[in-house]
Design a protein around this ligand. Structure first.
Ligand SMILES: Cc1cc2nc3c(=O)[nH]c(=O)nc-3n(C[C@H](O)[C@H](O)[C@H](O)COP(=O)(O)OP(=O)(O)OC[C@H]3O[C@@H](n4cnc5c(N)ncnc54)[C@H](O)[C@@H]3O)c2cc1C
Length: 440
């Protein structure tokens, strides 16, 4: 029986420029690609989750691309543990499994357990850096420590990055090494079979952005109404585009845009090295903050989620999020600051709400963004910096174009009065943070 190698797609739903796939295809063994709709991740999600519709569409596209290249993508629905147990029984000639690394705590534990089980059955587990440009170990201080402040991290990142880190991986060119089973390709499980239905309001941004947008990013990115950002977050999250290809363009076109991609690496390495930040403040003393959590806080949280705080920029952002799955970065900062500082509500409530609605939800960047806004994280905004949402609107949406789009009634009598008065809320936040941090 001919020996085989598996390649497991996770956050890398593409055939081109795929590090782990290129390595598998060069291994000398025919490659059998696999994707698993993971029940551990999918089971808690609502039936019309936009991300599941997106993922399903992209997996079907990937399966068609494999078929066109003469291979077959095996797509299963279940827990990875069960699916791999089945696949190892079905393909006794498999000798190795290749994949790209994922830095989230759940994924790391899953892969560690799988590698151990494979070893027991005599299979090798090979994983590769692909989702980020530089992994944590590649960007360290002279003393080998993890950078916790962005600017020195970025300077070191820029000094160590090499053309080989950004070079295209020859996966597409090696597809002749795919395993070519007889017969029709196995079916991709339908959304319905997995308990989901097509989200009727899914709008996927294009995978390609023009050079011009990247070149003008520095000016275009600050005004939410201008739509001057790439909207590539969802594609970077699921690997439907290559981060290296984007970084090469950024290097040639715009240092500010490249800097945003470096933020993504920065937060990824922080989560990788400090997994406790998923539910604890990076700075432990901030876990002493007395967040409100009574019935009044619940009611304020509901008003924030539904976009009826009485602050038009906050409400516009929250409505954009629910209706489209996207929110502009400036507005993400404003709504997160408003929840944690003005309403004194735990950043974890907001983080979970974003996790539920963002099409580009990414644990590392979301935790990073939320802890930044709450002042509890690495390189965070100092706690005494409290955005004034009305000032932010004047500065970044001066003609109310963005606000008008999402909150058309904002000048009407029917529009709610502000939940809290800015100066009063600011003082309350400062006093609460001070009380918590007083002894440090
Ligand atoms: C509270 C809060 C929560 C956030 N949650 C997420 C999240 O779940 N997923 C996510 O990808 N980003 C998150 N961000 C970062 C940022 O808001 C989004 O990456 C960006 O708005 C996505 O829009 P875009 O694709 O048009 O980005 P662009 O502005 O075009 O930037 C290009 C890419 O660079 C990366 N990037 C840009 N800014 C950041 C940043 N500050 N941190 C990390 N990566 C960045 C993203 O991958 C983005 O797609 C969050 C920010 C805040 C303040």
């Amino acid at each position: 029986m001919q020996e085989l190698a598996f390649f497991w797609h996770r956050r890398d739903l593409r055939l081109y420029d795929n590090t782990g796939l290129a390595a598998a295809l060069a291994s000398g063994r025919p490659v059998l690609p696999v994707f698993i709709f993971d029940r551990n991740i999918l089971d808690p999600l609502p039936a019309d989750d936009r991300r599941v519709s997106f993922l399903h569409r992209e997996v079907e596209r990937l399966a068609r691309e494999y078929a066109a290249a003469g291979g077959q993508l095996i797509v299963r629905y279940g827990t990875p543990e069960q699916v791999w147990s089945d696949l190892l029984d079905e393909w006794p000639a498999a000798r190795a499994l290749y994949t790209n690394r994922d830095y989230e705590p759940y994924a790391k534990a899953r892969d560690q357990a799988l590698a151990a089980r494979l070893a027991e059955r005599g299979l090798a587990f090979h994983d590769f850096a692909d989702h980020v440009l530089l992994e944590s170990a590649a960007v360290r201080t002279d003393a080998g420590a993890v950078y916790k402040v962005f600017t020195p991290y970025k300077n070191r990142w820029l000094s160590v990055i090499q053309p080989r880190n950004l070079a295209e991986r020859p996966s597409q060119e090696r597809l002749a090494a795919l395993h070519r089973p007889e017969g029709p390709p196995p079916a991709v499980p339908s959304l319905e079979a997995m308990g989901f239905r097509e989200a009727s309001d899914l709008e996927v941004p294009p995978t390609h952005v023009p050079d011009d947008l990247i070149a003008r990013y520095t000016e275009g990115r600050e005004q939410p109404a201008a739509e001057g950002t790439s909207r590539l977050g969802v594609h970077l999250r699921f690997g439907t585009i290559s981060i290296r290809e984007l970084a090469r363009r950024a290097q040639a076109l715009n240092a500010t845009f490249l800097s945003e991609l470096i933020w993504r690496d920065f937060y990824s390495q922080i989560l990788d090295q400090y997994p406790q930040i998923v539910d604890r403040a990076f700075k432990p003393e901030y876990d002493r903050i007395g967040w409100r959590n009574d019935a009044a806080a619940q009611a304020d949280f509901a008003a924030w989620c539904e976009g009826r705080t009485g602050y038009p920029l906050v409400d516009a952002g929250m409505r954009q999020l629910r209706q489209t799955g996207f929110m502009h970065n400036r507005v993400r900062m404003v709504v997160a600051s408003f929840l944690t500082k003005h309403l004194l509500i735990d950043w974890r409530w907001g983080e979970r709400w974003f996790a539920q609605w963002l099409l580009d939800f990414d644990l590392a960047s979301n935790i990073g963004g939320w802890q930044w806004a709450a002042g509890t994280g690495v390189d965070a905004a100092p706690y005494f910096r409290v955005f004034n949402p009305s000032e932010q609107a004047r500065k970044f949406d001066p003609d109310c174009r963005y606000i008008r789009r999402w909150v058309p009634e904002f000048e009407d009598l029917s529009y709610p009065r502000p939940l809290v008065e800015h100066r009063w809320a600011r003082e309350r936040a400062l006093a609460t943070y001070k009380a918590a941090l007083g002894s440090t």
